[in-house]
Design a protein around this ligand. Sequence first.
Ligand code: HEC
Ligand code: HEC
Length: 277
Amino acid sequence: MDERHTPRTAPSSQRPVGWRRSVAALAGLTAVSLLVGFVWLPSVHEDFTAEGLWASICRAAGVPARWYTGGTAPAAAPPGTQVVLAREMARPRDAGSVGRGATLALNCTMCHGAHGMSTSNAPNLAGQYPEVVIKQLLDYKHGHRVNAVMQALAAGLSEQDIRDLAAYYASLPKARTAPTTYDETLPALVRVGAPLRNIAPCISCHGGIDQKFGTPWIEGMPRDYLVAQLRAFRSGERRNDPQGVMRTMARQMTDAEIEEVATFYARKAAPAGVQGH
Ligand code: HEC
Ligand code: HEC
């Protein structure tokens, strides 16, 4: 057999010391960089919540939080509404329901006014559509609309209580009638919206041209309340509007526009030429 065909590679025991050192160095370097990248850096990151080594490794590798926390992702913003609006919610109630609602409403007068007309910055409830009162109270009850006072109160209301309260408030007269004419004096956003920015006219849902089921009556609401709600929709702090309908529009609105439409809806007297119905 020819000498040249003999394998030239020496058995590992005979490999030069320098080669073994470089393998050891590479292994060491790999271990250190894994520790730095997957454990140390994630652990000093400001949202590190000390869930242990495994969690830091998973987080660094981009694994979704619920995979390593056993299904409970860290509490984020509250989810949107889970209330399914049903025509049944608007069904007229018997006098008994209205009467029970009136009694329960004694706990609400402090903020919402003696006859559902607020004198503070709480929303008016007089004449509000029953499905709106039901939906909003259920959203507070289940944490889908955030307000400390209302969440605490709604938590103590049964579904029957909520239906009775809604029946009572629906039986009271509304703050004012809606503008129905296509009146030039209405703010543009109220009357025609801003089609290029996907803002539909307010009166196509909130009463005027049309009143869409589940859309609150906002005529005559306190101005500061309207501003606060529109800002909360814009920032996503309030997110219980179905399909994000209000969030999408509010995101496109400037501060000045929010002030303008809020001032309009809160106005004390109907503008000249606007007929109610
Ligand atoms: C301490 C004051 C206070 C009391 C008492 C109170 N509310 Fe409220 N309520 C508020 C405020 C403030 C808001 C607006 C909160 C927000 O920004 O989400 C509100 C919101 C609401 C809404 C949502 C209205 C809308 O147009 O979206 C409903 C419905 C409601 N309250 C019903 C009730 C009922 C029913 C009671 C009595 C059982 C009650 N509230 C008692 C202060 C109060
Ligand atoms: C496509 C229909 C639609 C249009 C257009 C619309 N809204 Fe709304 N709006 C809604 C619905 C639905 C809700 C109730 C969301 C929920 O369930 O919490 C709402 C809620 C609101 C609220 C909160 C009221 C309360 O008491 O909770 C305000 C304020 C409001 N809209 C203002 C406006 C203004 C101002 C415009 C015009 C720039 C407008 N909306 C246009 C559908 C609409």
